[in-house]
Design a protein around this ligand. Structure first.
Ligand code: ASE
Length: 337
């Protein structure tokens, strides 16, 4: 009696446990999590729930496949999986299986329901799902940021001298490099203008890495300012460098930033834009067109023509706008207050 009860207890505990090491159910359940999501997303996207809402009664899988233009065997498996997930009901008739929506799917998975979650599910299925493909990289984000900083800094050893030397910047003694990042351009700047001081203004996490890994501590003419130039104050200076910053942003954000810089700028001071410039008719250069497409993928901005940058500068109050093409990838535009 005691023995029997004991073994029952053991069995019951075994069956209900999700931590059974002989058969790790919990692990399999987690392993299959994204299969479950994708089945629901796919049935939604194909319009299964919409069709079953509109149809008079339950439908066979062949009828659903035909109406939705899918393969018959793929649809049958999708519908059966939805039944397994309790997103659909099924009844067996002599002609075969007939599927219907559950209350849950009628209420939330159809496009026309006032409580429809269709758009949320589609956003997950398309955008979030793709982003999660890179979850590992996102968790390693500090490493990613440092790689990005190395990647972006490298070009200044080739183009830095040309863009900094495009105009005589010697009258400007207090210089801020807004979004100056790893400091490659700031270093070019102080080597060409030894009487100036350059402050790299960037986000705290960027400044930390720049100090630790990029700018040698003995370089006393480069200082750092931690902040978000959209939200935090911008200190007064003679010259603000915006190298590869405006191309990250849409026109309204560029205007917001340039107006804020104009306010902070000393009279007679200026702003130096360093960007890759599109031809006025946008027919090239190809490299700039490619980079503009990349901004669509990676950021919120685009590459622009000299006229487009000049217009932004003028709207923010800058005048005497001069454009200098360097013949290399990055060019320079100077505006004065
Ligand atoms: C940015 C610059 C870059 C933001 C994202 C970026 C670069 C690559 N990704 O401000 C450097 C320029 N190269 C290209 C391909 O745009």
């Amino acid at each position: 009696m005691t023995k029997a009860r004991g073994s029952l207890t053991v069995r019951r505990r075994k069956m209900s446990s999700t931590e059974d090491l002989d058969y790790p159910q919990l692990l399999f359940q987690y392993n299959n999590g994204f299969l479950v999501s994708k089945i629901m997303f796919t049935a939604c996207e194909l319009g299964v729930f919409d069709l079953l809402l509109e149809s008079e009664g339950p439908l066979s899988s062949d009828a659903i496949a035909e109406r939705l233009g899918t393969s018959a065997s793929g649809m049958e498996r999708l519908l059966d999986a939805c039944v397994g997930l309790k997103l659909l009901g099924v009844e067996m008739k002599s002609e075969g299986a007939f599927y219907r929506n559950t209350e849950l799917s009628n209420l939330y998975l159809t496009k026309s329901s006032p409580k429809s979650q269709y758009h949320n599910l589609m956003y997950y299925s398309k955008t979030v799902y793709l982003c999660w493909h890179y979850l590992t990289d996102a968790v390693r984000s500090e490493e990613e940021m440092i790689k990005f900083m190395y990647g972006l800094n490298a070009i200044w050893s080739i183009c830095g001298r040309d863009v900094i030397g495009a105009f005589d910047l010697s009258p400007f003694t207090i210089i801020y490099d807004l979004g100056g990042c790893a400091g490659g351009l700031a270093q070019e700047c102080i080597s060409l203008y030894p009487n100036s001081t350059v402050t790299i203004y960037d986000l705290p996490k960027v400044v930390q890495v720049a100090k630790e890994r990029f700018v040698p501590p003995e370089e006393r003419r480069i200082t750092f300012h931690e902040g978000d130039f959209f939200k935090d104050p911008i200190p007064e200076a003679d010259l603000y460098i915006l190298a590869r910053i405006l191309h990250d942003w849409a026109d309204d954000k560029c205007m917001q930033l340039l107006a804020k810089i104009h306010k902070a700028c000393k009279p007679g001071g200026g702003v130096l834009l360093v960007e890759t410039l599109l031809n006025e008719d946008k027919t090239g250069p190809l490299e700039t067109q490619l980079y503009s497409m990349n901004m669509l993928v990676q950021a919120e901005g685009k590459e622009r023509t000299p006229a487009e940058y000049s217009k932004l500068l003028a709207a923010a109050g800058f005048r005497e706008i001069q454009v200098k093409k360097t013949g290399k990838l990055y060019d320079a535009i100077l505006g004065r207050k």
